[in-house]
Design a protein around this ligand. Structure first.
Ligand code: ZN
Length: 284
């Protein structure tokens, strides 16, 4: 068991598609290693606003990151800033909008694509700026960051499912097959990460509609998966996680306790720190 956390955000992956097309992750559920929850994303169901929601626990209307063209630093406390304050290390293999939200804005490819700077909120980053960047490369970027820097918190953010949805729509073999390929990519890495004892959360920013877009409040745009893997989770069926609670849950996993973020009740095992202290009075 480790306190290290890996967050995987599969861009644009609708709940139903995840449930039906991702056989490897489902096999982890059937083996008792993963639990799937349905989460409703905040609105608008768009990427940059919801990257901010996932990493800060703040809904778009409150964060001010209300559409994709709001190009500025986040002004909220985030997993990255709270981890930094706690002396933890952070890394991300992700679309360049994450670099703009938490490192420098606007993104400069030559300066920012490969980041290694312990003064930055995302200390080690490999960022891409082409939506067609292959997931296979993205996962390699993430695994290299993990092996090279051993971060306490690693964000992994592939884009291919969202791209397929924009080209072919929710109800298309292209979209579904891209989700299946994404599942196969995960099967390359998850066994190693599980074996190493990481606490892992796999979710999406938003879903997808049949008009090849997203942004509104249709169930297929809002309903997204949240898979949790690791021995710090309760794996209880009765939990109802909100997207705004993911940030707080990650902080708890990282043992940052003064984060003031919302946390999903019962999603984590309730392990009091006092339990680890030796008992002074033995009962007989
Ligand atoms: Zn999109």
């Amino acid at each position: 068991m480790t306190d290290k956390v890996i967050l995987i955000v599969l861009d644009g992956l609708a709940y139903k598609t995840a449930e039906e097309c991702m056989g490897f992750i489902k096999s982890l559920s059937e083996q008792g290693l993963a639990t799937l929850y349905k989460v409703q994303c905040e609105l608008p169901s768009m990427s940059r606003p919801l990257y901010e929601t996932i990493l800060t626990g703040v809904a778009p209307a409150k964060s001010g990151i209300v559409h994709n063209q709001v190009v500025r630093n986040s002004n909220q406390k985030s997993v990255f800033s709270l981890a930094s304050e706690a002396g933890l290390s952070t890394a991300a293999a992700a679309f360049h909008w994450f670099s703009e939200l938490y490192n420098e804005s606007p993104y400069s490819p030559v300066r920012d694509r490969h980041t290694a700077d312990t003064e930055k909120l995302i200390q080690y980053g490999t960022f891409y700026h082409d939506g067609n960047y292959p997931d296979s490369h993205l996962y390699l970027d993430a695994e290299l960051l993990r092996r090279r820097h051993d971060p306490d918190f690693l964000l992994v953010h592939p884009m291919s499912v969202d791209e397929a949805g924009h080209r072919s729509g929710l109800d298309s073999s292209h979209y579904r097959n891209t989700a299946r390929r994404s599942d196969k990519e995960l099967s390359e890495y998850l066994p190693t990460w599980i074996e190493a004892g990481y606490q892992i959360m796999i979710t999406a920013d938003h879903g997808m509609n049949t008009d090849k877009s997203h942004g509104g409040s249709l169930a297929e745009e809002r309903d997204i998966p949240l898979y949790v893997i690791g021995d710090r989770f309760s794996h209880q069926a009765g939990c109802a996680p909100k997207q705004t609670e993911i940030c707080g849950v990650i902080c708890e996993l990282l043992e940052i306790f003064d984060h003031s973020k919302a946390v999903t009740e019962n999603l984590l095992l309730n392990v009091e720190r006092e339990q680890f202290e030796p008992k002074m009075v033995m009962s007989v």
